[in-house]
Design a binder for this molecule. Structure first.
Ligand code: AMP
Ligand code: GLY
Length: 436
């Protein structure tokens, strides 16, 4: 690219994560026109939306040709698992996001566990079971709580922690025999429970070099105090205070063997690797890590807290990744702190109402002069009457606060939230409790 050149960028997806990515890309001097498919009403303030199915490789390829797209950034897992990047790369389009072969690290938990075992990545001991008898044997070898995971993609609803043996067995039968999650539960991972504190680590990699972003922590349970059902994520913050040596362990014991494993398996991986880690503590107070899961894309809502801290130029970084020429720097420059809170529809992750008018969020975009150091990203919203917005999903908005310190970031996030409302709005008041 020559100095002054710009490229048009297409973002695939429609959540808070994609709005945050689009916002960060809009600040780059190499970004020409920004487009999204399908996008959300917040993203259209920064980019042009196209009603194309992001999982339809041929349709996305044709859209790229029509719009002269120089880089596609894939937000969610579904287009990755569907092999959309493979179709685009075959057509000569640069893509941030792994092809189908790499996406299996997320789309099959059984594959991911076998990959970790094969390549020496620390993870809980496990069995892969396809019949109730195999499940019974795997459960009898373990102690409660029992961890049962559907092999396939289940939109964050495929992991079950069960306190007694009969409940665990019933869950296995619900999945394998009664097909509670369809084909996603045809095969199960049953693994040891790992106690500890969770940590999300993103590494942007072209398969050879990598850039580690500041660690973040998601809050998956619906209610304060980490109670209630699991959700897609109710809030996150970054960076996280962690015992010394943990990030080095994440890099040396988990990330590097993962990248070596991908290369040995012949997988050309260009995108982000999300490592969901458990930070464990042994009897003598030492710490260890265990990889709970891989995702092959940025996390939602962790991205909304991590990208505001990224000191680099996101468009340049993602382009260099897509072109396989990331500059070798282990850690991304970052400063300050960020915290985000998801504003959800009452009832989420169960049943909830849609179409409720949202007050306090105007068409003027992400930032507000009344609330410096805060951003609002859309997820489940739709255009309402009179230029306003209505609710249209479970996770409706993500509100981010940034600051020099964790406390300042948290104060700014919750202060902006106090200006936003819709009927039945639900959010967690304790995001970042483990930093107290
Ligand atoms: P996953 O979708 O694999 O990240 O699992 C969802 C959540 O279940 C994780 O964020 C953890 O809180 C929990 N979890 C999954 N596997 C384990 C495990 N082996 N030990 C303890 N907690 C787990
Ligand atoms: N925040 C969890 C996820 O993106 O899977």
């Amino acid at each position: 690219m020559k100095k002054g050149d710009k490229i048009n960028i297409l973002v695939l997806g429609s959540g808070g994560r994609e709005h945050a990515i689009t916002h960060a890309l809009s600040m780059s001097d190499i970004t020409g026109k920004l487009h999204c498919a399908p996008g959300n009403p917040g993203m259209t303030g920064l980019s042009s939306a196209h009603g194309v199915d992001p999982c339809d490789g041929a349709a996305v390829r044709d859209l790229c040709a029509a719009l002269d797209i120089g880089l596609v950034v894939v937000g969610p897992e579904a287009p990755l698992a569907a092999g959309v990047p493979d179709v685009l790369r075959d057509a000569g389009v640069r893509v941030f996001g792994p092809g189908r072969a790499g996406a299996v690290l997320e789309s099959s938990k059984a594959f991911a566990k076998k990959f970790m075992r094969r390549h020496g990545v620390p993870t809980a001991d496990f069995d892969i079971c396809a019949t109730p008898d195999e499940c019974r044997a795997a459960i009898s070898r373990r102690t409660p709580p029992y961890v049962v995971k559907a092999d396939g993609l289940a939109a964050g609803k495929g992991v079950f922690l069960l306190d007694d043996e009969s409940a665990a067995l019933r869950m296995c039968e619900d999945l394998i025999v009664r097909k509670k999650l369809g084909e996603a539960g045809a095969s199960l991972v049953i693994e040891d429970f790992v106690p500890g504190l969770e940590l999300t680590v993103f590494a942007i990699t072209d398969g050879k070099s990598y850039l580690i972003l500041p660690p973040s922590r998601d809050h998956k349970r619906a209610y304060d105090g980490d109670r209630g059902p699991n959700t897609g994520g109710m809030g996150a913050y970054s960076p996280v205070s962690i015992p010394s040596g943990v990030m080095e362990m994440a890099e040396k014991a988990a990330l590097i063997p993962t990248l070596n494993g991908l290369r040995n398996d012949g997988i050309d991986y260009r995108g982000v690797i999300y490592m969901g880690l458990m930070v464990t503590e042994n009897a003598s107070g030492g710490h260890g890590i265990s990889v709970i899961e891989y995702n092959v894309r940025f996390g939602d809502p962790e991205t909304q807290a991590v990208l505001p801290l990224f000191g680099g130029d996101l468009a340049r970084t993602l382009l260099s990744c897509a072109e396989g020429r990331i500059e070798s720097r282990a850690k991304a420059e970052s400063q300050g702190a960020a915290l985000c809170v998801v504003l959800a529809s009452g009832g989420y992750p169960g049943e909830f109402r849609r179409g409720l008018p949202i007050s306090g969020v105007g068409p003027d975009g992400v930032e507000s002069p009344d609330f410096p150091g805060s951003f609002v990203y859309h997820a489940g919203t739709a255009a309402g009457k009179d230029g306003g917005y209505v609710t249209a999903g479970g996770r409706v908005l993500t509100v981010v606060g940034i600051g020099d310190t964790f406390k300042e970031a948290r104060g700014r996030a919750y202060s902006r939230i106090s200006s936003i409302s819709f009927e039945d709005m639900h959010y967690r008041k304790d995001i970042g409790w483990s930093e107290e």
